[in-house]
Ligand binder design. Structure first.
Ligand SMILES: [Ca+2]
Ligand SMILES: [Ca+2]
Ligand SMILES: [Ca+2]
Length: 242
């Protein structure tokens, strides 16, 4: 029952009854069953690689010698064409996208597991890539972020990376025990698909995965590492820990 006060000392029962009103017709979202296009994809980015205003997918596909980047061109209805593979070197893992040479076609940068290299693959505008070039950053990249960090109109890279520091050999498992030292690295783009020398700042001991992401503020890249060491974070150019 509902009541309301009509005066400072009086109260009376509200006569109106609640009404039931029909809801408007609604369209309930539904999803088709999953469709598998590629197996063992590691990372995925969404972008329009063939400039048809339909979103496509790019994924890193493992393979030791060599791996590849696969692009699935979107049809605009939730389906994709068969994967287009481009050679991407040794065990590609992290992936990021941008037009690094300013020709209007999206390019990708790939980080490789087990190496200290990044690879730049220039887009051909049709979902394929070519002109692969390698950049050594001196540590193993786990994540990348793209932005114009020095505001010169050319895309730059922020890279989170690590180096494993072995401390003790475990004969039972046959593995080395140790920890990871993290690095926050910035590579300034030259606007032609190449980058200047990497500028790295040591983050100290971190978890394996050093994430790099672009902050809300232009010109800022943020690195974080969440496990197992309590978080450290850093922004370019000033680096600090929490
Ligand atoms: Ca497209
Ligand atoms: Ca390009
Ligand atoms: Ca720049």
């Amino acid at each position: 029952m509902l009541f309301f006060k009509s005066g400072p000392k009086k109260s009376r029962r509200m006569l109106a009854r609640p009404r039931l009103e029909p809801l408007e017709d609604r369209v309930v979202p539904a999803f088709f069953g999953p469709v598998s296009y590629v197996a063992d994809a590691r990372e995925v980015v969404v972008a329009d690689f063939n400039s048809d205003n339909l979103q496509d997918l790019a994924v890193t596909l493992p393979g030791w010698v060599p791996g590849s980047v696969g692009v699935l061109l979107g049809n605009g209805d939730g389906t994709f064409d068969p994967v287009i593979r481009s050679t991407a070197g040794y065990s590609p893992r992290a992936l990021t996208v941008g037009d690094f040479n300013g020709d209007g076609d999206l390019d990708v940068v790939v980080a490789h597991q087990g190496t200290y290299d990044l690879s730049v693959l220039l887009g051909n505008g049709d979902g394929s890539f070519s002109a692969l070039s390698a950049i050594s950053i001196g540590s193993e990249a786990t994540a990348m972020a793209v932005g114009d960090f020095n505001v010169d109109g050319k895309l730059d890279l922020g890279v989170g990376s690590n180096i494993f520091i072995p401390e003790e050999y475990d004969p039972e498992t046959g593995q080395w025990l140790g920890h990871y030292e993290g690095f926050a690295t910035v590579l300034l783009g030259r606007g032609d698909g190449s980058f200047g020398a990497p500028a790295s700042t040591a983050l100290g001991q971190v978890g394996y995965h050093v994430r790099a992401s672009v902050g809300i503020t232009t010109g800022m890249v943020i690195w974080t590492s969440l496990r197992p060491i309590p978080c450290c974070w850093a922004t370019a150019p000033a680096i600090s820990r929490t």
